[in-house]
Design a protein around this ligand. Structure first.
Ligand code: HEC
Ligand code: HEC
Ligand code: HEC
Ligand code: HEC
Length: 370
């Protein structure tokens, strides 16, 4: 199926805006898919204003069930989410004077109706051929559009938690993933969503709109504060913080995905204006931090390869082909790292990982609802 089956473009004041879309989220950094993306991005007419969709950040609107569907079973996780900026942006952003100014500069009239802002600030559902933003950044923005997997993942293969066999359970999870679920254990795919929005790899939005060129994002500190909702496995008793090994993986994979996303961001730059420099700066900073990490854990040679790839492609305009190919290689190595390491052998990273005082917001205490 072509990745942009649901891609719909709207022309406004001479600018093409992409709404809806997109499948690449499920393939992560898969090569076939990346090629498809580069064709759309660099040889297609689509996309003077191309949102984070190209990085897999927007799940397919026709398959969105909405957070209320999750709330039926995941009350705790939903309560935690309701305390976040991700939840609040739905109401707040469109009222914000800065948002109006950005939209004006881009010729976007109605932020919640037909704009690229939808891709990163809202969860968009398609019903009866109508696209409607139904929430801020919600469950499916990170775990994948759920229509095809919601029943599968929770169904215990038609049995119960105690009668389902191990084989059945593993087949169930495999099926859920094939149908687009992004499980917490799939750290690379999960992280790709965060960075697809938080790097803001979007030239017009930054240069013309004056939007922030992304967040000072780091995966440990940004996932362990207000965003944390690890309340399921403890049956709501605790909102469990990532342990040492998980933190190392979050840190390392986060740096790698920052590098990958920034390389793709530079590849999209067409003019010598702030966007190009800021994306190049992000790539360079990630590469340097990875170089420090490579020294700290010499037993993980893959980190050194990431650093080499950061050097391999010149951070300059009109260099799409080599930047994209470096980003594709980074993606492959990150998939590999998450497949063979769990962080337990990476204690060398501990001194580099930001501590709790840097966490963004406060994690909700568990067990205040059940
Ligand atoms: C009918 C109840 C039900 C609904 C509705 C439901 N879930 Fe679940 N969910 C479960 C159960 C049960 C499990 C644990 C299954 C297990 O441990 O084998 C689970 C586990 C999960 C996990 C952890 C998976 C892992 O890798 O361990 C995530 C993430 C998740 N659900 C997300 C969602 C999202 C997002 C929605 C809404 C789109 C949703 N769930 C809707 C029952 C539900
Ligand atoms: C590529 C993803 C992306 C797109 C597209 C995008 N934003 Fe944002 N936006 C973000 C992120 C990430 C932040 C948070 C930045 C930070 O860390 O402070 C943000 C923050 C903002 C803020 C400041 C915080 C707030 O919500 O009040 C405004 C205003 C805003 N965006 C408006 C817009 C408008 C208007 C559009 C559409 C024209 C838009 N954004 C499109 C990702 C995006
Ligand atoms: C901003 C992205 C994001 C959003 C939004 C989000 N999740 Fe998650 N979710 C994650 C991450 C990241 C983890 C794993 C964190 C870790 O490993 O430390 C996770 C873990 C989980 C787990 C496993 C918890 C456990 O105890 O093991 C469940 C269940 C879950 N999410 C359900 C949901 C539901 C339901 C929603 C909507 C209310 C939601 N998530 C919204 C990113 C997100
Ligand atoms: C669909 C796009 C999108 C995805 C995916 C996403 N974010 Fe965000 N995030 C945003 C936007 C937009 C904001 C700003 C919201 C606002 O303030 O209006 C934001 C805000 C935040 C904040 C609050 C920052 C502050 O100013 O305090 C944290 C923390 C955060 N995100 C972490 C994460 C993590 C961790 C992930 C991945 C597990 C993630 N986000 C995935 C778009 C996204």
């Amino acid at each position: 199926m072509p990745p942009y089956r649901r891609c719909r473009t709207i022309t406004k004041g001479g600018i093409v805006i992409l709404v809806g879309s997109v499948r690449p989220v499920r393939n992560g950094g898969h090569r076939r898919n990346s090629t498809a993306q580069s064709i759309v991005l660099f040889t297609g007419g689509c996309a003077a204003l191309f949102a984070c969709a190209a990085y897999g950040a927007a799940p397919e609107p026709a398959k969105i069930t909405g957070p209320n569907a999750c709330a039926e079973c995941h009350k705790q996780e939903v309560e935690a989410w309701r305390g976040t900026h991700h939840f609040n942006t739905f109401r707040q952003m469109p009222r914000d004077a800065e948002a109006k100014a950005i939209a004006d500069r881009l010729g976007v009239k109605r932020i919640k109706v037909e704009s690229l802002c939808l891709n990163c600030h809202f969860t968009v559902q398609e019903k009866n051929n109508q696209i409607e933003p139904i929430a801020g950044i919600s469950c499916e923005s990170c775990h994948g559009a759920a229509q095809d997997w919601i029943k599968v993942h929770s169904g215990y293969s038609g049995k119960t938690a105690t009668t389902e066999s191990k084989e059945e359970a593993s087949r169930r999870w495999q099926l859920a993933e094939e149908k687009g679920m992004i499980r917490p254990s799939r750290l690379y795919r999960l992280a790709k969503n965060c960075f697809g929005c938080h790097v803001v790899p979007h030239e017009q939005l930054v240069n013309v709109g004056g939007h922030k060129p992304g967040s000072a994002f780091e995966l440990v500190s940004w996932s362990q504060g207000e965003v944390r909702h690890n309340t399921w496995t403890s049956k709501g008793k605790d909102n469990i913080a990532a342990g040492a090994a998980r933190r190392r993986m979050l840190y390392l994979v986060g740096l790698g995905v920052e590098l990958e996303t920034a390389l793709r961001g530079v590849a999209k730059a067409t003019v010598r204006r702030p966007y190009a420099f800021l994306m190049a700066q992000r790539a360079e900073r990630a590469r340097k931090q990875l170089a420090v990490a490579a020294k700290a854990v010499p037993s993980v040679p893959e980190i050194g390869k990431l650093v080499e790839l950061g050097h391999a492609a010149g951070l300059k305009l009109n260099n799409q082909r080599s930047l994209i190919s470096a980003a594709d290689e980074v993606a492959k190595i990150l998939e590999h790292i998450t497949a063979i390491y769990d962080g337990s052998s990476m204690a060398g990273l501990d001194g580099l990982i930001p501590g709790p005082e840097t966490y963004k917001g406060t994690a909700r205490k568990a067990a205040t609802v059940n």
